[in-house]
Design a protein around this ligand. Structure first.
Ligand SMILES: [Zn+2]
Length: 77
């Protein structure tokens, strides 16, 4: 079996990630830069899934450690 070093997320991996993510609050973000919904300060992207079908990213607030999902508002382009 050939192994590749390509860093892509398989569909299986993606769905298990998205399953875990369903526990987190989702925010539709159309403003940049993304800020924490709790305190309004800048956040850190800890997971980037914009290249997948989910079109989302996981953010964590640097201030209060609040974790949430940023999802792109499809109608805002
Ligand atoms: Zn915060």
């Amino acid at each position: 079996m050939r192994t590749t070093s390509k860093k892509t997320v398989s569909l299986e991996e993606e769905s298990s990630i998205m399953e875990a993510l369903q526990e987190l609050p989702i925010y539709l973000i159309s403003d940049q830069p993304t800020v924490c919904p709790e305190c309004g300060l800048r956040t850190l992207v800890i997971g980037d899934f914009f290249h997948t079908n989910s079109k989302s990213a996981i953010h964590q607030c640097e201030e209060d450690r609040y974790i949430f999902i940023e999802q792109v508002d499809e109608e805002f382009e």
